[in-house]
Design a protein around this ligand. Structure first.
Ligand code: ZN
Length: 292
């Protein structure tokens, strides 16, 4: 708001607090606190909302790990967050103000509506029985990386089928971690690691807060980087990443989760790799350049 000259000082239009951060809107504003308090969601330790957006989000998105499903009310959380955000916009742009109990009731209605549609979807999917693998396929992820020498020639590539990664950043971090370990094991001492996730690059350099969920992977990565002083991670923006698409597709054809390493360009990758060649840099999900 401030950078777009809509608000003069960037303060919260509802309570006048100094800076209206996302954390303020969703958790710390008195209005948000009231809505959370009205809800059956368990309060944070000592009733204090954290100053960190990520730890607040982590807390409300991992309730089912700490409470039984009847106690957790986890299904309500996304709708409370959504209503808090919608309310803020209605308040700011349309001058509409809803009392906290109304907002809470709206979130309950949203949740009920969502669950009803989920049930409908389930019964629809069941009709064609050959669709059994559909859900499973969509939860599978593939990770891959490629290393190139200074001239862009392929040195090594790795591909692995993976399941259970919850976000693109977690997938990217897992792939990067594997790439760093592989390069060290293969004896490369000077490597620039390129990732197209700016969030990940910033978490690694310490300029962005690390999401609690991927903290262990980030820790692993920074330790490996410290051990190898001439390794560094850089953000590299790419568009039209054909090689990454190709390797991700290939991952799904793997019958198991055993990581595969290639030191020659596999036949299925040749054409896309050549097409991507003129662009300097890397074309996988996570790429590396050997400058040694
Ligand atoms: Zn406020």
């Amino acid at each position: 708001m401030r950078s777009r000259h809509i608000s003069k000082d960037g303060s919260c239009s509802r309570c006048g607090m100094e800076s209206e951060t996302v954390n303020h809107i969703l958790f710390q504003c008195p209005y948000a606190r009231l809505i959370w308090a009205t809800s059956p969601i368990h309060a944070p330790p000592h009733g204090i909302m954290s100053d960190s957006l990520y730890s607040n989000l982590h807390r409300v998105l991992s309730l089912q790990e700490r409470y039984t499903s009847e106690e957790a009310h986890a299904e309500l959380v996304p709708w409370l967050l959504w209503r808090l955000w919608k309310n803020r916009n209605d308040f700011l742009f349309q001058g509409k103000d809803y009392p906290a109990p109304d907002t809470f009731n709206k979130a309950i209605e949203d949740t009920a509506e969502w669950m009803r549609r989920q049930e409908e979807d389930k019964t629809e999917v069941k009709k064609p029985t050959s669709n059994g693998a559909w859900h499973k396929d969509h939860q599978q992820q593939g990770i891959g990386w490629v290393s190139r020498d200074y001239a862009g020639r392929l040195l090594w590539a790795g591909a692995q089928r993976f399941e259970g990664l919850s976000s693109p950043v977690e997938t990217e971090a897992t792939a990067l971690n594997w790439a760093i370990r592989s390069m060290a094991r293969l004896g490369y001492s000077q490597v620039i690691f390129e990732t197209d996730s700016q969030v990940l690059a910033r978490m690694i350099e310490g300029s962005a807060e690390t999401w609690p969920k991927i903290q262990p992977i980030i820790q692993d990565i920074t330790q490996s980087l410290q051990k190898n002083r001439s390794y560094r991670v850089e953000f590299f923006s790419r568009d039209g990443n054909k090689t990454a698409d190709r390797i991700a597709k290939e991952d799904f054809s793997f019958l198991n989760h055993v990581p595969k390493l290639y030191s020659m360009v596999p036949s299925w990758l040749k054409s896309v790799l050549e097409a991507d060649m003129p662009s300097v840099g890397l074309n996988y999900d996570v790429g590396l350049n050997n400058i040694g």
